[in-house]
Design a protein around this ligand. Structure first.
Ligand code: DGL
Length: 270
């Protein structure tokens, strides 16, 4: 049986784990929330890289892994190169804002991107924007950092989630009022799919929300060299192992709410 480690700063990676469980029911998953150092979005790339290396080392010391999924855009932007350099033989799958699928789907040619400051100020993101704009010359991206939104989702603070989504959506429009209306909104942080209902309400039916979780899960199947999913495999439901570097309450309640699992969380001392 294959074992895959999945981690994020907190509960956001559950949006990726949900897709992984659906795509790879025959795989055993270990989920780590680095709540002791959350949120990552305002940290330097150096600090995020240090955490990424420490969490990966702690996970691998516990169990041999067949692959690792960095279920966090901020950590992918800051640390995936360092992780791949350190663990050359371990497949490491990251999560990046899904600019290409959004550009492909956009009719108006204006795509909005919501992500953390860490992701949006990274070299990796700047390269992704230039590559995608070069490949889709009719498309322009407006990007907005959502300070505090991951935290509000972590705390399940619904009034704050509503207020911060409204602020982000308004700021996106104020950035470039001369552009045509946004018709694709990229969720560039794995926490944001848990604000989907609020965002859909704000944006209206003409805007499509773009979440890369399913594509990430398919990529995980590819790197694990597993054959295509069979309908029979859907009946298997393996237990997830849950770890948290800090307070596990948010993880327990988010696992129950978002993926309908009772999480017995152990502490990972990192
Ligand atoms: N969920 C993470 C991401 O995808 C980070 C949120 C945070 O800790 O700031 O970027």
């Amino acid at each position: 049986m294959k074992t895959v480690g999945v981690w994020d700063s907190g509960v956001g990676g559950l949006s990726v784990l949900r897709a992984l469980l659906a795509e790879l029911p025959e795989v055993r998953f270990i989920y780590v929330a680095d709540s002791a150092c959350a949120p990552y979005g305002g940290h330097s790339a150096e600090l995020v890289t240090e955490r990424a290396l420490r969490i990966s080392a702690a996970l691998l010391a516990r169990t041999p892994l067949d692959a690792m999924v960095v279920a966090c855009n901020t950590a992918t932007a800051g640390a995936i190169d360092a992780l791949r350099a350190r663990y050359a033989t371990l497949p490491v799958v990251g999560v990046e804002p899904a600019l290409k699928p959004a550009a492909q789907a956009s009719r108006t040619g204006h795509v909005g991107v919501l992500a953390t400051r860490g992701t949006l100020t990274s070299r990796r993101y700047a390269d992704l924007v230039s590559r995608t704009e070069a490949a889709y010359p009719h498309v322009r991206f407006s990007s907005q950092a959502c300070e505090g939104l991951a935290d509000a989702i972590e705390l399940a603070d619904l009034p704050a989630v509503a207020r911060l989504c409204h602020k982000a959506w308004t700021s996106l429009h104020q950035q470039s009022p001369e552009r045509p209306p946004i018709d694709q909104l990229v969720l560039g942080c794995t926490h944001y799919p848990f604000a989907r209902a609020e965002l859909e309400r704000l944006c209206g039916p003409q805007v499509q929300l773009v979440d890369p979780a399913v594509a990430v899960a398919r990529q995980a199947r590819r790197v694990l060299l597993l054959p295509a999913r069979t309908p029979m495999a859907l009946d298997v439901h393996l237990a997830v192992e849950w770890l948290d570097t800090g307070n596990s309450l948010a993880l327990e309640s988010a696992a129950r709410q978002w993926i309908h699992r009772e999480a017995k969380v152990e502490t990972l001392p990192v």
